[in-house]
Design a protein around this ligand. Sequence first.
Ligand SMILES: *[C@@H]1O[C@H](CO)[C@@H](O)[C@H](O)[C@H]1NC(C)=O
Ligand SMILES: *[C@@H]1O[C@H](CO)[C@@H](O)[C@H](O)[C@H]1NC(C)=O
Ligand SMILES: *[C@@H]1O[C@H](CO)[C@@H](O)[C@H](O)[C@H]1NC(C)=O
Length: 319
Amino acid sequence: MALGWHPVRILGILFICVVSITVLVTWENVSIPSFDALATIKDSIGSLAHRNSSLRKNAYQLDPPPEHPPYGAVIAAGRSNEDLTWMAFFRQNWTTFPYDVDNANNSNEALRIPKNKGREAMVYLSFIIDNYESLPWCAIFVHGHSEAWHQDDTIVRLLGNLNRAALSRAGYISLRCDWYPSCPAEIRPMDHDAVVWGPGYLRDEAEAAIAGNWRQLFPGERLPATIASPCCAQFAVTRQAILRRPISDYKRVRQWLINTLLEDEVSGRVFEKLWAYMFTGEAVHCPPPQKCSCKYFGHCMPKKWTPTPEGLPPLPDWP
Ligand SMILES: *[C@@H]1O[C@H](CO)[C@@H](O)[C@H](O)[C@H]1NC(C)=O
Ligand SMILES: *[C@@H]1O[C@H](CO)[C@@H](O)[C@H](O)[C@H]1NC(C)=O
Ligand SMILES: *[C@@H]1O[C@H](CO)[C@@H](O)[C@H](O)[C@H]1NC(C)=O
């Protein structure tokens, strides 16, 4: 029989064309893991925070907020020269963890960290790793100060106002609602074309570090084109949100922090930009500020927020 253009043959060629074109088109987006990353990828598959969406929807029923104290833990990444006595105000309602980053080998074993590195990040990750098997219902991660420019209120009042039912559903809530200076497009790790507003101190360095270290931090997870969440590394997170990732994820990123040659101000910022992603799986996690303020902290009176500059979308209307 002659080898003519038999229909089966044509179909075969068509099939190969389609496959080749698909591979070419998607090639750029396929991340090819480096060899030593392969071992950790197995761990990460299934650890993408939003993989099990049913778990998130059911979080409230599954693990409702406690009705009686302690409502959760407050973890402060203090320094030796910082006065943490303000934490005593809520000790009756919250378990407190007054870490001192300058005293890594604390006499209180529960407050030890491997090394004073990466600012608050080492404390937050160490708390999660050390308590992963018996996490409090929620963890409130804060710096050592009760008041700061980047907080809408004192920590004591923020805690008192925090809507725990809303936290239960959200999983992660930034203690800051204002978009200034980070939302909605602060880090552009591939295109480096972010419209910066605010001081943007060490932002370029943090962006470059995120791009360059992504595969070590989150092997098997795709580097997002845009990463943004309200600044400044103080937030509430439920144990359900923490448990969406295996402990190996937290150990891996902490080991990266221990090993990195980046200066603390940059490595700390790398995590500052990534907490929301780690716990929600959303690279851009920017709730409308008035929604955040009303739903999460009970301040529902209209408030003037810092308007976004030209080149960024305006603040979304809410409600
Ligand atoms: C997702 O969550 C549901 C509800 O908790 C659970 O039954 C299921 O086993 C989970 N699936 C995975 C892959 O973890
Ligand atoms: C502790 O919680 C209770 C009940 O929510 C509240 O009435 C009380 O004011 C809280 N105490 C402090 C010191 O925040
Ligand atoms: C940490 O402190 C304890 C006592 O508080 C001491 O026994 C131990 O040797 C110290 N470890 C290091 C690494 O310095």
